[in-house]
Design a protein around this ligand. Structure first.
Ligand code: HEM
Length: 488
């Protein structure tokens, strides 16, 4: 790469000098969102590093990222062939695999339409506007009960441990038509260990770039493979049960609708993309995985920010009390009347930037960006954290201040400010679960803030340091919650 001929009129990318074999691994370090943000100040919004033997282009700045992912979307929409990605969903993941553009596009379309139809489906009772709302309201109520039980028994609770089960149940409802008990060991052991997954697939994991490391024993890598294997077995078992009870006149959930699609496709002689049934039904694996880890991380961080900023928690509660009341559970249609809650969520997304980089991208052909030459098959990191903390875009970016998203009189969310926050990626690979995710984070929060008051443990300082990964988590900890009295 460093010796590549640069076509006339284009420039060679700037960047730090790499060491032999390890490249810039030492400078990238264990907090790539910070080190690569610092490098963007020195080298600009487009520069190149080398991780191990492999060159990586790092993009920052909202204009440069927009140029690559939207204006030149086709050229930047690939995924690199990374070692760890081969173990996800048996190498057949929609989000991580190196599928040909045509196959990826067809699978993405299928996934998107399955998600859309099974979240907007009518609820089982007229009380709910759609099944998504129904699942979240039910799970929200179970969560409150569960937290009360745990508080009575132990005097404190671990937020991630309980939230993740509630969130997993919402996506399980849509994908598999079933939910799990909060003490179900099989589900718990799967969803509660997702930390290792994120740590391995986070941008910049040296084992993905230095082939020799793949042959050295690594505890994290072993755990990662183990999680993937268990995850696949879990989904495979449910899929087999669906095949055994499948009835084309009664499509129960997303798994059924994907099985149904395999049948339709065989009848459709014009379908020009060849895909195995496994690749079609395997989509459910991606939806389930992406659907619980991201949203539970967002909610768990939200609870941390609530206890870190008690005055904000109080304002959110008063907004709910005034605009929804205390006599009924909040619903999706209350959202426009809760601008402070929406501003709070935007500020959580921005300030925590818990998805600091998108999933790595890859160029599909030789290209250029801002006058710099980038060869085909170059791995590209998109630094979302940098955009969300760019002093060019944000006043006082390091302070947590939801008011930055509100109009001066506090009654409206400034939509343009909100759109500057980048957590779902952009362009062709943009997250397909965004609408569900935004609705789910909003509704779960509205439900729990209306009923519960969260506190820190006396004498235990709150640790808000993120642990680096694809989704960054806070350290596991214990908090307290008390039921709100009606006169609060
Ligand atoms: C991809 C963020 C929730 C399904 C992504 C990407 C990001 C992201 C940053 C990668 C974009 C890129 O590579 O450029 C989030 C956040 C969420 C969330 C912050 C929650 C707060 C969900 C949910 C689902 C989902 C609920 C599905 C139920 C997917 C899928 C992809 C994806 C399938 C891969 C798309 C592709 O490669 O074409 N998401 N996501 N996500 N997300 Fe989400």
């Amino acid at each position: 790469f460093f010796h590549t001929e640069i076509p006339e009129g284009l420039r060679r990318l700037p960047g730090p000098k790499p060491l032999p074999i390890i490249g810039n691994v030492l400078e990238v370090g264990s907090k790539p969102y910070l080190s690569l943000t610092a490098m963007s100040k020195r080298y600009g919004h487009i520069f190149q590093i080398q991780i191990g033997m492999r060159p990586v282009v790092v993009l920052s700045g909202s204009e440069t990222v927009r140029q690559a992912l939207i204006k030149q979307g086709e050229e930047f929409a690939g995924r690199p062939d990374l070692y760890s990605f081969r173990f996800i969903n048996d190498g057949k993941s929609l989000a991580f695999s190196t599928d040909q553009a045509g196959v990826w596009r067809a699978r993405r379309k299928l996934a998107y339409s399955a998600l859309r139809s099974f979240s907007s489906l009518e609820g089982t009772t007229p009380e709910y506007s759609c099944v998504l709302e129904e699942h979240i309201c039910r799970e929200g109520e179970y969560l409150i009960k569960q937290l009360n039980t745990v508080m009575k028994a132990d005097g404190s609770f671990d937020p991630f441990r309980h939230i993740v089960v509630s969130v997993a149940n919402v996506i399980c409802g849509m994908c598999f038509g079933r939910r799990y008990d909060h003490n179900d060991q099989e589900l718990l052991s799967l969803v509660n260990l997702s930390d290792e997954f994120g740590q391995v697939v986070g941008s910049g994991n040296p084992a993905d770039f230095i082939p020799a490391l793949q042959f050295l024993p690594s505890k994290t890598m072993k755990k990662f493979m183990n999680i993937n294997a268990r995850f696949n077995t879990f989904v495979q078992k449910i899929v087999s049960e669906h095949y055994a009870t499948y009835d084309k006149d009664n499509i129960r959930d997303i798994t059924d609708s994907l099985i149904d699609h395999c049948g339709d496709r065989k009848l459709d002689e014009n379908s020009n993309v060849q895909m195995s049934d496994e690749k079609v039904v395997g989509i459910v694996n991606d939806l389930f995985g992406a659907g619980f880890d991201t949203i539970s991380t967002a909610l768990s961080w939200s609870v941390m920010y609530l206890v870190a900023y008690p005055e904000i928690q109080e304002r959110l509660y008063q907004e709910l009390k005034n605009n929804v009341g205390l006599d009924r559970t909040p619903v999706l249609s209350d959202k426009p009347n809760l601008p402070f809650l929406e501003a709070f969520i935007l500020e959580i997304f921005r300030h925590s930037s818990f998805l600091p980089f998108t999933i790595p991208h890859c160029t599909s052909k030789d290209t250029s960006l801002n006058g710099y030459f980038i060869p085909k098959d170059t791995c590209v990191f998109i630094n979302q954290w940098q955009i969300n903390h760019d002093p060019e875009l944000w006043k006082d970016p390091s302070s947590f201040n939801p008011d930055r998203f509100l109009s001066a009189d506090g009654t409206d969310v400034n939509k343009l400010e909100g759109e500057k926050v980048m957590v779902f990626g952009m362009g062709k690979r943009r997250c397909i679960g965004e609408v569900i995710a935004r609705n789910e984070v909003y509704l779960f929060l509205a439900i729990i803030i209306q009923k519960l008051h969260f506190h820190t443990m006396p004498g235990e300082p709150l640790d808000m340091t993120p642990e680096y990964g694809l989704t960054m988590k806070h350290k596991r900890c214990h908090l307290r919650a008390t039921m709100r009295a009606r006169n609060e």
